[in-house]
Write a protein that binds this ligand. Sequence first.
Ligand SMILES: CC(C)(COP(=O)(O)OP(=O)(O)OC[C@H]1O[C@@H](n2cnc3c(N)ncnc32)[C@H](O)[C@@H]1OP(=O)(O)O)[C@@H](O)C(=O)NCCC(=O)NCCS
Length: 164
Amino acid sequence: MITGDRAIPGPILVQTRIRPMVREDLDRVLAIERQSFPYPWNRAFFEEELVENGRTTCLVSVYQGKVVGYYTAWHVAGESSLNKIGVDPDFRGQGIGSRLVEDFLASSFGRGSEDCFLEVAVNNGPALALYEKFGFEKVGVRRNYYAQTGMDAYVMRKKRKEEA
Ligand SMILES: CC(C)(COP(=O)(O)OP(=O)(O)OC[C@H]1O[C@@H](n2cnc3c(N)ncnc32)[C@H](O)[C@@H]1OP(=O)(O)O)[C@@H](O)C(=O)NCCC(=O)NCCS
């Protein structure tokens, strides 16, 4: 919700909670995934992310008992990587994606990561805008990153500390 030049939490965001993803969430997560990506991850990929090894974060956004968004991330050797983020199309544009990115950054830097990375298709305008809003910068291009489409991806990074 936008008032003047400032985004303020709308009613849906205020009532949305973030909690760890569990296997019982996967039907909803997969439904959103299929609505969000031309080549969605399958259940096995998410189950792999959910294996507790101290290096992954898998969270969902829940509105009135319904999963409406999610992200998964890895934390390895001082770096964190946002692997997946998706919001139910019926709930986009209301700050849920921003809240998830905020959580990714806070939990990554909070556990000591120096850098956060992600890859995003070069033609994914909404996602690029979301990441740039949080200070991610393009640091490279991976050619033909998405095998099925041949689309290139930007590598984006946000550092914990600004470079002097
Ligand atoms: C990208 C995505 C997660 C954003 O979720 P969301 O809940 O709509 O995000 P928000 O409402 O918090 O919007 C955050 C910012 O994203 C940008 N944004 C969101 N929707 C946009 C749109 N349709 N066009 C342009 N920018 C957009 C804006 O910068 C916005 O900030 P603002 O509201 O302050 O202007 C969602 O669009 C999605 O699930 N897309 C499909 C999956 C995907 O592409 N994931 C990323 C893969 S790298």
